[in-house]
Design a protein around this ligand. Structure first.
Ligand SMILES: *Cc1c(COP(=O)(O)O)cnc(C)c1O
Length: 420
Protein backbone atom coordinates (compact mmCIF):
# COMPACT_ATOMS: atom_id res chain seq x y z
CA UNK A 1 0.00 0.00 0.00
CA UNK A 2 1.29 3.44 -0.83
CA UNK A 3 0.76 6.70 1.00
CA UNK A 4 -2.20 7.89 -1.06
CA UNK A 5 -4.05 4.59 -0.62
CA UNK A 6 -3.41 4.88 3.09
CA UNK A 7 -4.69 8.45 3.21
CA UNK A 8 -7.95 7.14 1.73
CA UNK A 9 -8.31 4.76 4.67
CA UNK A 10 -8.17 7.77 6.98
CA UNK A 11 -10.75 9.66 4.94
CA UNK A 12 -13.14 6.71 5.24
CA UNK A 13 -12.44 6.21 8.94
CA UNK A 14 -15.49 6.98 11.10
CA UNK A 15 -13.32 7.33 14.20
CA UNK A 16 -10.87 9.83 12.71
CA UNK A 17 -12.31 12.90 14.46
CA UNK A 18 -11.48 11.52 17.94
CA UNK A 19 -7.80 12.18 17.33
CA UNK A 20 -8.48 15.93 17.76
CA UNK A 21 -9.79 15.26 21.25
CA UNK A 22 -6.38 14.10 22.48
CA UNK A 23 -3.23 16.00 23.37
CA UNK A 24 -0.64 14.66 20.96
CA UNK A 25 2.80 16.22 20.82
CA UNK A 26 3.35 17.92 17.47
CA UNK A 27 5.42 15.80 15.11
CA UNK A 28 5.32 12.72 17.30
CA UNK A 29 3.92 9.26 16.72
CA UNK A 30 2.64 7.87 19.98
CA UNK A 31 2.67 4.04 19.91
CA UNK A 32 2.67 3.49 23.65
CA UNK A 33 -1.01 3.80 24.55
CA UNK A 34 -0.83 0.23 25.84
CA UNK A 35 1.42 1.48 28.67
CA UNK A 36 0.03 4.95 29.27
CA UNK A 37 -2.84 6.27 27.19
CA UNK A 38 -2.88 9.93 26.20
CA UNK A 39 -4.84 12.71 27.85
CA UNK A 40 -8.11 13.67 26.19
CA UNK A 41 -9.72 17.08 26.56
CA UNK A 42 -12.79 15.44 28.10
CA UNK A 43 -10.70 13.67 30.75
CA UNK A 44 -8.95 16.92 31.52
CA UNK A 45 -12.29 18.64 31.94
CA UNK A 46 -13.69 16.10 34.39
CA UNK A 47 -10.55 16.26 36.57
CA UNK A 48 -10.86 20.05 36.63
CA UNK A 49 -14.53 19.70 37.59
CA UNK A 50 -13.55 17.59 40.60
CA UNK A 51 -11.00 20.23 41.60
CA UNK A 52 -13.69 22.91 41.23
CA UNK A 53 -16.04 20.81 43.35
CA UNK A 54 -13.38 20.71 46.05
CA UNK A 55 -12.77 24.44 45.68
CA UNK A 56 -16.46 25.33 45.85
CA UNK A 57 -17.91 22.72 48.17
CA UNK A 58 -15.17 21.43 50.49
CA UNK A 59 -16.47 18.38 52.31
CA UNK A 60 -19.88 18.81 50.70
CA UNK A 61 -18.29 17.72 47.43
CA UNK A 62 -18.96 14.13 48.51
CA UNK A 63 -22.67 14.62 47.93
CA UNK A 64 -23.31 18.02 46.36
CA UNK A 65 -20.56 18.59 43.82
CA UNK A 66 -21.22 18.56 40.12
CA UNK A 67 -19.67 15.04 40.13
CA UNK A 68 -20.51 13.76 43.65
CA UNK A 69 -17.49 11.88 44.94
CA UNK A 70 -19.48 9.44 47.08
CA UNK A 71 -20.99 7.75 44.02
CA UNK A 72 -18.16 8.25 41.56
CA UNK A 73 -16.71 4.70 41.77
CA UNK A 74 -20.13 3.19 41.13
CA UNK A 75 -20.84 5.62 38.29
CA UNK A 76 -17.53 4.78 36.60
CA UNK A 77 -18.21 1.08 37.21
CA UNK A 78 -21.51 1.47 35.36
CA UNK A 79 -19.80 3.28 32.49
CA UNK A 80 -17.09 0.61 32.25
CA UNK A 81 -19.45 -2.38 32.44
CA UNK A 82 -20.31 -2.40 28.70
CA UNK A 83 -16.59 -2.57 27.87
CA UNK A 84 -16.27 -5.65 30.07
CA UNK A 85 -19.54 -7.15 28.87
CA UNK A 86 -20.83 -7.05 32.42
CA UNK A 87 -23.95 -5.93 34.25
CA UNK A 88 -23.64 -2.50 35.90
CA UNK A 89 -23.55 -3.83 39.43
CA UNK A 90 -20.84 -6.38 38.56
CA UNK A 91 -18.21 -3.65 38.04
CA UNK A 92 -16.58 -1.11 40.33
CA UNK A 93 -13.82 1.45 39.81
CA UNK A 94 -11.28 0.87 42.55
CA UNK A 95 -7.67 0.02 43.40
CA UNK A 96 -5.03 -1.16 40.97
CA UNK A 97 -4.61 -4.48 39.21
CA UNK A 98 -2.38 -5.77 41.96
CA UNK A 99 -4.47 -4.61 44.93
CA UNK A 100 -7.66 -5.80 43.23
CA UNK A 101 -6.06 -9.18 42.63
CA UNK A 102 -5.19 -9.39 46.31
CA UNK A 103 -8.75 -8.51 47.21
CA UNK A 104 -10.32 -11.04 44.86
CA UNK A 105 -7.90 -13.82 45.78
CA UNK A 106 -8.57 -13.10 49.44
CA UNK A 107 -12.25 -13.47 48.58
CA UNK A 108 -12.26 -16.39 46.14
CA UNK A 109 -9.15 -18.43 46.81
CA UNK A 110 -10.43 -20.80 49.45
CA UNK A 111 -8.18 -23.86 49.47
CA UNK A 112 -9.86 -26.93 50.89
CA UNK A 113 -8.84 -30.60 51.06
CA UNK A 114 -6.92 -31.49 47.91
CA UNK A 115 -8.03 -28.34 46.08
CA UNK A 116 -5.21 -25.98 47.00
CA UNK A 117 -3.43 -24.98 43.80
CA UNK A 118 -3.47 -21.86 41.66
CA UNK A 119 -3.11 -22.21 37.90
CA UNK A 120 -1.34 -19.41 36.00
CA UNK A 121 1.11 -19.03 33.14
CA UNK A 122 4.83 -18.42 32.84
CA UNK A 123 4.47 -15.29 30.71
CA UNK A 124 2.23 -13.08 32.86
CA UNK A 125 3.32 -9.71 34.19
CA UNK A 126 5.43 -10.15 37.36
CA UNK A 127 3.07 -8.24 39.65
CA UNK A 128 0.25 -10.73 39.04
CA UNK A 129 2.58 -13.61 39.85
CA UNK A 130 3.87 -11.88 43.00
CA UNK A 131 0.27 -11.48 44.17
CA UNK A 132 -0.45 -15.18 43.56
CA UNK A 133 2.73 -16.23 45.35
CA UNK A 134 2.04 -14.06 48.37
CA UNK A 135 -1.57 -15.23 48.65
CA UNK A 136 -0.36 -18.84 48.62
CA UNK A 137 2.19 -18.01 51.32
CA UNK A 138 -0.46 -16.28 53.44
CA UNK A 139 -2.41 -19.54 53.40
CA UNK A 140 0.72 -21.47 54.39
CA UNK A 141 1.31 -23.06 50.98
CA UNK A 142 4.66 -23.05 49.23
CA UNK A 143 4.37 -21.28 45.84
CA UNK A 144 6.93 -23.73 44.45
CA UNK A 145 4.48 -26.57 44.90
CA UNK A 146 1.12 -24.85 44.67
CA UNK A 147 1.55 -22.37 41.84
CA UNK A 148 1.33 -24.06 38.45
CA UNK A 149 2.78 -21.86 35.71
CA UNK A 150 2.02 -23.16 32.24
CA UNK A 151 5.07 -22.68 30.02
CA UNK A 152 5.44 -21.45 26.47
CA UNK A 153 7.19 -23.28 23.66
CA UNK A 154 8.36 -20.12 21.85
CA UNK A 155 8.78 -17.87 24.88
CA UNK A 156 6.09 -15.46 23.64
CA UNK A 157 2.79 -17.25 23.25
CA UNK A 158 0.72 -19.81 25.14
CA UNK A 159 -1.03 -22.88 23.83
CA UNK A 160 -4.56 -23.09 25.20
CA UNK A 161 -4.39 -26.89 25.09
CA UNK A 162 -1.38 -26.81 27.43
CA UNK A 163 -3.36 -24.70 29.90
CA UNK A 164 -6.36 -27.02 29.78
CA UNK A 165 -4.06 -29.99 30.32
CA UNK A 166 -2.99 -28.55 33.69
CA UNK A 167 -6.55 -28.17 34.95
CA UNK A 168 -7.55 -30.63 37.63
CA UNK A 169 -9.53 -30.97 40.81
CA UNK A 170 -6.45 -29.86 42.73
CA UNK A 171 -6.77 -26.36 41.26
CA UNK A 172 -8.81 -23.85 43.26
CA UNK A 173 -8.32 -20.72 41.14
CA UNK A 174 -6.98 -19.96 37.66
CA UNK A 175 -5.66 -16.52 36.75
CA UNK A 176 -4.69 -15.66 33.19
CA UNK A 177 -4.14 -12.52 31.15
CA UNK A 178 -6.74 -11.86 28.43
CA UNK A 179 -3.99 -10.42 26.21
CA UNK A 180 -0.34 -11.22 27.00
CA UNK A 181 1.60 -8.04 27.72
CA UNK A 182 4.64 -8.89 25.62
CA UNK A 183 3.38 -10.73 22.56
CA UNK A 184 -0.13 -9.28 22.45
CA UNK A 185 -1.65 -12.77 22.16
CA UNK A 186 -5.38 -12.78 22.91
CA UNK A 187 -6.49 -15.94 24.69
CA UNK A 188 -9.88 -17.53 24.14
CA UNK A 189 -11.48 -16.45 27.41
CA UNK A 190 -14.72 -18.30 26.82
CA UNK A 191 -13.15 -21.62 25.97
CA UNK A 192 -10.69 -21.51 28.89
CA UNK A 193 -13.43 -20.52 31.33
CA UNK A 194 -15.69 -23.36 30.22
CA UNK A 195 -12.88 -25.88 30.48
CA UNK A 196 -11.88 -24.68 33.96
CA UNK A 197 -15.47 -24.75 35.18
CA UNK A 198 -15.66 -28.41 34.19
CA UNK A 199 -13.10 -28.99 36.95
CA UNK A 200 -14.84 -26.67 39.41
CA UNK A 201 -12.08 -24.05 39.16
CA UNK A 202 -12.80 -20.36 39.90
CA UNK A 203 -11.69 -18.32 36.89
CA UNK A 204 -10.12 -14.86 36.94
CA UNK A 205 -8.77 -12.80 34.06
CA UNK A 206 -6.47 -9.80 33.99
CA UNK A 207 -7.76 -7.46 31.28
CA UNK A 208 -4.85 -4.96 31.46
CA UNK A 209 -4.18 -5.23 27.73
CA UNK A 210 -7.70 -5.75 26.47
CA UNK A 211 -10.07 -3.38 28.32
CA UNK A 212 -10.72 -0.47 26.00
CA UNK A 213 -9.01 -2.25 23.11
CA UNK A 214 -11.54 -4.97 22.34
CA UNK A 215 -14.98 -6.15 23.45
CA UNK A 216 -15.57 -8.72 26.20
CA UNK A 217 -18.57 -10.69 27.35
CA UNK A 218 -17.48 -11.57 30.86
CA UNK A 219 -20.98 -12.13 32.20
CA UNK A 220 -22.15 -14.35 29.35
CA UNK A 221 -18.86 -16.23 29.31
CA UNK A 222 -19.42 -16.90 33.00
CA UNK A 223 -16.01 -15.55 34.05
CA UNK A 224 -15.94 -15.45 37.86
CA UNK A 225 -13.83 -12.33 38.35
CA UNK A 226 -11.58 -9.92 36.47
CA UNK A 227 -9.26 -7.01 37.19
CA UNK A 228 -7.81 -4.25 35.04
CA UNK A 229 -6.01 -0.94 35.06
CA UNK A 230 -7.35 2.14 33.32
CA UNK A 231 -4.18 4.07 32.52
CA UNK A 232 -3.48 1.93 29.42
CA UNK A 233 -6.20 1.83 26.74
CA UNK A 234 -8.77 3.65 28.90
CA UNK A 235 -6.65 6.81 29.12
CA UNK A 236 -7.19 7.65 32.81
CA UNK A 237 -3.67 9.02 33.30
CA UNK A 238 -0.69 8.01 35.44
CA UNK A 239 -1.88 6.09 38.49
CA UNK A 240 -5.49 6.19 37.26
CA UNK A 241 -7.78 4.05 39.42
CA UNK A 242 -8.33 0.49 38.18
CA UNK A 243 -11.41 -1.67 38.02
CA UNK A 244 -12.76 -5.05 38.93
CA UNK A 245 -15.61 -7.32 37.93
CA UNK A 246 -17.30 -10.04 39.95
CA UNK A 247 -19.96 -12.24 38.34
CA UNK A 248 -23.44 -11.65 39.67
CA UNK A 249 -23.64 -15.22 40.98
CA UNK A 250 -20.89 -14.41 43.51
CA UNK A 251 -22.22 -11.04 44.62
CA UNK A 252 -23.12 -11.04 48.28
CA UNK A 253 -19.97 -13.01 49.10
CA UNK A 254 -18.12 -11.24 51.88
CA UNK A 255 -14.99 -9.36 50.78
CA UNK A 256 -11.79 -11.14 51.84
CA UNK A 257 -10.31 -7.77 52.71
CA UNK A 258 -12.99 -5.56 54.21
CA UNK A 259 -12.99 -1.83 54.76
CA UNK A 260 -15.61 0.83 55.31
CA UNK A 261 -16.05 1.39 51.56
CA UNK A 262 -17.09 -2.29 51.25
CA UNK A 263 -20.25 -1.20 52.96
CA UNK A 264 -23.73 -0.78 51.59
CA UNK A 265 -23.73 2.91 50.83
CA UNK A 266 -26.74 3.79 52.95
CA UNK A 267 -25.23 1.97 55.95
CA UNK A 268 -21.66 3.21 55.69
CA UNK A 269 -22.10 6.22 57.91
CA UNK A 270 -23.91 4.27 60.63
CA UNK A 271 -20.33 3.65 61.80
CA UNK A 272 -21.39 0.22 63.02
CA UNK A 273 -18.57 -2.24 63.86
CA UNK A 274 -20.54 -4.91 62.05
CA UNK A 275 -20.08 -4.46 58.28
CA UNK A 276 -23.05 -4.77 55.96
CA UNK A 277 -21.31 -5.34 52.61
CA UNK A 278 -22.76 -3.85 49.45
CA UNK A 279 -24.70 -6.34 47.35
CA UNK A 280 -22.80 -5.18 44.28
CA UNK A 281 -19.16 -5.34 43.17
CA UNK A 282 -18.81 -2.24 45.35
CA UNK A 283 -18.33 -4.66 48.27
CA UNK A 284 -14.78 -5.29 47.05
CA UNK A 285 -13.69 -1.72 47.62
CA UNK A 286 -11.65 -1.12 50.74
CA UNK A 287 -10.97 2.51 51.65
CA UNK A 288 -11.66 6.05 50.46
CA UNK A 289 -11.64 6.29 46.66
CA UNK A 290 -8.87 8.24 44.92
CA UNK A 291 -11.16 10.84 43.44
CA UNK A 292 -8.63 12.89 41.50
CA UNK A 293 -7.32 9.74 39.82
CA UNK A 294 -10.81 8.47 39.05
CA UNK A 295 -12.31 11.69 37.73
CA UNK A 296 -10.53 11.56 34.34
CA UNK A 297 -12.48 8.39 33.58
CA UNK A 298 -15.80 10.24 33.63
CA UNK A 299 -14.64 12.14 30.56
CA UNK A 300 -12.57 9.44 28.97
CA UNK A 301 -15.28 6.76 29.13
CA UNK A 302 -17.74 9.08 27.42
CA UNK A 303 -15.55 8.82 24.34
CA UNK A 304 -15.78 5.01 24.48
CA UNK A 305 -19.57 5.19 24.85
CA UNK A 306 -19.78 7.37 21.76
CA UNK A 307 -17.23 5.65 19.57
CA UNK A 308 -18.33 2.12 20.52
CA UNK A 309 -15.94 -0.66 21.41
CA UNK A 310 -16.81 -2.72 18.30
CA UNK A 311 -15.77 0.13 16.00
CA UNK A 312 -12.61 0.65 18.08
CA UNK A 313 -11.72 -3.03 17.77
CA UNK A 314 -12.40 -3.07 14.05
CA UNK A 315 -10.07 -0.12 13.44
CA UNK A 316 -7.45 -1.47 15.84
CA UNK A 317 -7.29 -4.77 13.93
CA UNK A 318 -6.91 -2.90 10.64
CA UNK A 319 -4.14 -0.73 12.08
CA UNK A 320 -2.14 -3.63 13.49
CA UNK A 321 -2.60 -5.58 10.27
CA UNK A 322 -1.45 -2.58 8.20
CA UNK A 323 1.58 -2.17 10.45
CA UNK A 324 2.57 -5.81 10.06
CA UNK A 325 2.07 -5.72 6.29
CA UNK A 326 4.16 -2.58 5.94
CA UNK A 327 6.91 -4.03 8.11
CA UNK A 328 6.99 -7.16 5.99
CA UNK A 329 6.99 -5.16 2.78
CA UNK A 330 9.65 -2.62 3.77
CA UNK A 331 11.70 -4.40 6.41
CA UNK A 332 11.66 -7.95 5.18
CA UNK A 333 13.52 -10.33 7.46
CA UNK A 334 14.61 -7.63 9.91
CA UNK A 335 12.26 -8.48 12.75
CA UNK A 336 10.44 -11.52 14.00
CA UNK A 337 6.81 -10.68 14.61
CA UNK A 338 5.90 -12.33 17.93
CA UNK A 339 2.19 -11.52 18.07
CA UNK A 340 -0.30 -13.95 16.56
CA UNK A 341 -1.43 -13.07 13.02
CA UNK A 342 -5.03 -14.17 13.26
CA UNK A 343 -7.50 -11.45 14.22
CA UNK A 344 -9.16 -13.63 16.84
CA UNK A 345 -5.92 -14.15 18.73
CA UNK A 346 -4.34 -10.72 18.38
CA UNK A 347 -4.71 -7.90 20.92
CA UNK A 348 -4.06 -4.21 20.31
CA UNK A 349 -0.32 -4.10 19.78
CA UNK A 350 2.34 -5.41 17.44
CA UNK A 351 5.32 -7.09 19.05
CA UNK A 352 8.65 -7.12 17.23
CA UNK A 353 11.62 -9.20 18.28
CA UNK A 354 15.17 -8.00 17.62
CA UNK A 355 18.41 -8.60 19.58
CA UNK A 356 19.04 -4.84 19.56
CA UNK A 357 15.50 -3.91 20.54
CA UNK A 358 16.63 -1.54 23.33
CA UNK A 359 18.80 0.60 21.08
CA UNK A 360 16.19 0.57 18.29
CA UNK A 361 13.63 1.94 20.75
CA UNK A 362 16.02 4.74 21.70
CA UNK A 363 16.57 5.57 18.02
CA UNK A 364 12.80 5.62 17.45
CA UNK A 365 12.35 8.05 20.35
CA UNK A 366 15.04 10.33 18.96
CA UNK A 367 12.95 10.50 15.76
CA UNK A 368 9.65 11.26 17.49
CA UNK A 369 8.20 7.73 17.66
CA UNK A 370 7.22 6.58 21.16
CA UNK A 371 7.39 2.76 21.29
CA UNK A 372 8.03 0.66 24.33
CA UNK A 373 10.67 -1.85 25.10
CA UNK A 374 10.16 -5.00 27.10
CA UNK A 375 13.27 -6.78 28.23
CA UNK A 376 15.16 -8.53 26.76
CA UNK A 377 14.34 -8.13 23.06
CA UNK A 378 10.77 -6.94 22.46
CA UNK A 379 9.58 -3.70 20.84
CA UNK A 380 5.88 -3.09 21.41
CA UNK A 381 3.99 -0.77 19.08
CA UNK A 382 0.37 0.04 19.84
CA UNK A 383 -1.49 1.99 17.17
CA UNK A 384 -4.39 3.04 19.40
CA UNK A 385 -7.58 3.39 17.34
CA UNK A 386 -8.81 6.58 19.03
CA UNK A 387 -5.74 8.66 18.30
CA UNK A 388 -3.48 6.95 15.76
CA UNK A 389 -4.28 7.27 12.07
CA UNK A 390 -3.44 4.93 9.22
CA UNK A 391 -1.05 7.58 7.91
CA UNK A 392 0.68 7.81 11.32
CA UNK A 393 1.21 4.07 11.14
CA UNK A 394 2.72 4.40 7.68
CA UNK A 395 5.01 7.26 8.76
CA UNK A 396 6.14 5.30 11.77
CA UNK A 397 7.12 2.29 9.67
CA UNK A 398 9.02 4.59 7.27
CA UNK A 399 10.97 6.05 10.21
CA UNK A 400 11.72 2.53 11.46
CA UNK A 401 12.85 1.55 7.96
CA UNK A 402 15.35 4.41 7.81
CA UNK A 403 16.66 3.62 11.29
CA UNK A 404 17.27 0.00 10.30
CA UNK A 405 18.66 0.64 6.81
CA UNK A 406 21.04 3.34 7.97
CA UNK A 407 21.81 1.49 11.20
CA UNK A 408 21.03 4.66 13.16
CA UNK A 409 20.34 2.58 16.26
CA UNK A 410 24.03 1.72 16.53
CA UNK A 411 24.67 5.11 18.19
CA UNK A 412 22.59 4.03 21.18
CA UNK A 413 23.42 1.60 23.97
CA UNK A 414 21.47 -1.64 23.77
CA UNK A 415 20.41 -1.43 27.43
CA UNK A 416 17.10 -0.60 28.97
CA UNK A 417 16.56 2.67 30.84
CA UNK A 418 15.36 2.60 34.47
CA UNK A 419 11.78 2.68 33.22
CA UNK A 420 11.12 0.60 30.14
C1 LIG B 1 0.09 -2.99 33.56
C2 LIG B 1 -0.07 -4.30 34.20
C3 LIG B 1 -0.05 -4.45 35.60
C4 LIG B 1 0.20 -3.30 36.52
O1 LIG B 1 -0.43 -3.48 37.76
P1 LIG B 1 -0.83 -2.26 38.68
O2 LIG B 1 -1.21 -2.88 39.95
O3 LIG B 1 -1.95 -1.52 37.99
O4 LIG B 1 0.39 -1.40 38.81
C5 LIG B 1 -0.27 -5.71 36.12
N1 LIG B 1 -0.48 -6.77 35.34
C6 LIG B 1 -0.50 -6.67 33.99
C7 LIG B 1 -0.76 -7.88 33.15
C8 LIG B 1 -0.27 -5.44 33.38
O5 LIG B 1 -0.25 -5.35 32.05
Amino acid sequence: MNRSEIKKLDEQDKLRTYKDEFYIKEGSYYMDGNSLGLLSKRAEKTVLTSLEDWKNHGIEGWMSGEQPWYYMSEKIGEMTAPLAGALSHEVINTGSITTNLHQLLATFYKPKGKRTKILADALNFPSDIYALQSQLSLHGYSPDEHLIQVGSSDGYTLNEGDIIEQMSEEVAVMLLPSVLYRSGQLLNIRKLTEAAHDYGIIVGFDLAHSIGALPHKLHDWNVDFAVWCTYKYLNSGPGGVGGLYVHEKHLGQKPGLAGWFSSRKDKQFDMDHHLTPAETAGAYQIGTPHILSSAPLLGSLEIFQEAGIDAIREKSLKLTKLMMNLIEEHLQGTFTIANPRKDESRGGHVSLIHPEAASICKALKSEGVIPDFRSPNVIRLAPVALYVSYEDTYEMVMILKEIMEQKKYKQFKNERDVIA
